[in-house]
Design a protein around this ligand. Structure first.
Ligand code: NAD
Length: 402
């Protein structure tokens, strides 16, 4: 059976591993040795892959995790699925991709099909990955290079690896054809585009589209409140139009590894080309300002000051029913509350430990602000948790909120 080497065993890498395992023998490479041991013991660390499934893959020998780069030598196909965060100045931080390239270059012993699934700006495969692997390799191989941007939505069950259409492109037609062959064993619909740059740009635009529309709806939430009308009723009303409208919902802001990050990759590349990315930059600011706006509303509702008041933030992961806290708006919310003099605790049954503190028991505060509503916490329990509850999710009836 053909062996596949997947670099990065996080949300994306492990999900692809699960779907490819059985069709291929998958070697999941990660530089986090503790995670590698855990995966080899059949313990999953992400939603959507349960440990029983992982254990079955392990015992069927179609999956193993490794922290040894030289295990690439058994493989013909490499998938790169490493983080692509932002630096402090919100420009692309590609050091994980660079390190993945180093692993490939230093260990490859023959030509490989190298597919990047990490999200990055147009030109990453052509102008970074290919030349970097070439320059770091002692032995020169005719590797094939391709991109297939990942669209997984962690925690989602209706759309997964098999039924979500997948874009792909190769630097050569042979690379594109081999990429199609690889994914067609576990993806129903594959769409080839004319260049890697189109696939890379499409991925960034998908998330920029969400970010801009979420910002727009967050702006409407503020306008509606000032008008004294319900933003959610307004959106439901607009949503009765059968064409030309897509409903987004207001929130405390955007979180996760994608929506707050990917648009900045597009803005970065636009800036380099001398093209303005006004909407993207503005949307970013509107979303980052939402926690401040919410805290201002809470202060106003509570007599103009929350200094000394006990405030509990409920749900600190960035979306319901998952434990991922990356870029969560709860972080800015807590900082803003603390600056306002509040004594802040947080409660999240899925997160438990976060930024050096532990999830507090639900309740015992004067004010509660719901940032994320997990199914595990009932509406009634939230309402009973404090005298004043502010809901940013639209899931708690009869309380102030967005
Ligand atoms: N999480 C999502 O929902 C999602 C969806 C679509 C696309 N993406 C993109 O996919 C990429 C991966 O995201 P993720 O959510 O899987 O990240 P993640 O943080 O969940 O996992 C990344 C893994 O890569 C490992 N890693 C980092 N550098 C490494 C290296 N040089 N060699 C080996 N392992 C390394 C880390 O230890 C970690 O386990 C990013 O570009 C992201 O933008 C993510």
């Amino acid at each position: 059976m053909t062996k596949v080497f997947i670099i990065g065993q996080g949300y994306v890498g492990l999900t692809v591993a699960k779907f490819a395992a059985g069709k291929y023998q998958v070697i999941g490479f990660d530089n986090n040795e503790k995670l590698v041991d855990q995966l080899n013991a059949g313990i999953s660390h992400i939603e959507g892959i349960d440990s029983k499934e992982l254990l079955a893959l392990r015992s069927g020998d179609s999956y193993k995790a490794t922290s040894k780069g030289k295990d690439i030598q058994q493989c013909e196909i490499v998938v790169i699925a490493v983080p692509t965060p932002l630096k402090e100045d919100r420009t692309p931080d590609l050091r994980h991709i660079e390190s993945a390239c180093k692993t490939i270059a230093e260990n490859a012993k023959g030509p490989l099909l190298i597919i990047n699934e990490s999200t990055s700006y147009p030109g990453t495969v052509r102008n970074l990955i290919m030349p970097l692997i070439g320059s770091l390799s002692n032995e020169k191989f005719e590797h094939l290079y391709a991109i297939s941007p990942e669209r997984v939505d962690p925690g989602r069950t209706d759309w997964d690896q098999s039924n979500t259409p997948r874009l792909y492109a190769g630097l050569t037609q042979e690379a594109a054809d081999r990429t199609r062959e690889f994914y067609s064993t576990f993806c129903d619909q594959l769409i080839e585009v004319s260049s890697p740059e189109v696939a890379e740009a499409a991925k960034l635009f998908e998330n920029s589209f969400r970010q801009v529309n979420i910002a727009l709806v967050n702006e409407l939430a503020q306008i509606s409140h000032a008008l004294g009308i319900s933003v959610r009723e307004t959106l439901d009303a607009a949503d009765t139009k059968p064409y030309g409208f897509m409903k987004f919902s207001p929130s405390a802001g955007v979180g996760g590894h994608c929506i707050p990050v990917d648009p900045s990759y597009l803005a970065y590349v636009a800036k380099g080309l001398g093209v303005p990315a006004t909407f993207i930059e503005r949307a970013n600011l509107v979303n980052l300002e939402m926690p401040n706006y919410i805290v201002e509303r809470v202060i106003k509702d509570n007599g103009g000051s929350i200094a000394g008041k006990k405030v509990q933030v409920i749900g600190v992961s960035y979306k319901p029913n998952i434990a991922d806290t990356r870029e969560t708006p709860a972080e800015i919310m807590i900082e803003t509350l603390e600056k306002s003099g509040a004594k802040v605790t947080w409660h999240d049954p899925l997160v438990k430990n976060w930024k050096g503190s532990e999830s507090a028991p639900l309740g015992g505060s004067d004010i509660a602000i719901v940032v994320t509503k997990h199914d595990l916490i009932s509406e009634d329990a939230i309402k009973a948790s404090a005298k004043y509850v502010f809901d940013t999710t639209g899931k708690i009836s009869g309380v102030p909120g967005l």
